[in-house]
Design a protein. Structure first.
Length: 202
């Protein structure tokens, strides 16, 4: 059987800054030219996953030059907006809105699922950069979510929620590992073992 095609069609930019859905909304944008997006805030959590473009983005009192592989965690009531968009490049990004009450309901079955967004709120750390493998892994999960979001399959809502849980848990792990210097990566641990072996036996 052939590999199932991923639904990767971007949509036109939606200017409303509030949720129509009570739980979650997803957006996949690819703009060539876009009018100014004014500073704004939401009552929901936002995952902003940057894919392409030459963009400066402000969150709270911080401003970032975004690079492919960056994502932002934007808590409720934090003002944010792009402050510069180069119209010579496509501006491509994936945005996921999550209602706070929805995350709280998920936390009843998945311990500490709000970790990443809570960390952003408490520490004002909004930006994370992903290396190649992490970037592709998270992007693949977001594309699977986007595909399900745009199809009408049986068990659609349950499948979307499963994809959201997968994405949020990956984000949580990235946030935790990025802010916990006591955690050594498996690769470093392997290098240490190799050097120890060499020192002992050569």
């Amino acid at each position: 059987m052939g590999k199932k095609k991923i639904h990767n069609t971007a949509i036109s930019f939606i200017r409303r800054q509030y949720m129509n859905s009570p739980d979650y909304e997803a957006f996949y944008y690819n703009d060539i030219k876009i009018d100014t997006i004014n500073p704004h805030y939401h009552s929901n959590d936002e995952l902003y996953f940057f894919l392409e473009g030459n963009v400066k983005y402000s969150v709270g009192d911080k401003c970032y030059d975004l690079k492919q592989g960056d994502f932002l965690l934007i808590p409720p009531d934090v003002v944010h907006s792009p402050t510069y968009i180069d119209e010579n490049y496509s501006y491509r990004r994936f945005v996921l809105w999550l209602n706070k009450d929805f995350l709280k309901k998920l936390s009843d079955i998945i311990d500490n699922i709000e970790f990443g967004f809570n960390f952003a709120t408490e520490n004002q750390i909004y930006l994370y950069h992903l290396e190649y493998i992490q970037f592709n892994d998270l992007f693949a999960s977001l594309l699977e979510l986007w595909q399900e979001y745009n199809e009408n399959q049986i068990f659609k809502k349950t499948t979307i929620i499963n994809h959201i849980i997968t994405v949020v848990l990956k984000i949580n792990r990235i946030v935790y590992n990025s802010n916990n210097s006591a955690i050594a990566s498996p690769q470093k641990e392997l290098h240490t073992l190799i050097f120890d072996y060499i020192n002992r036996n050569i």
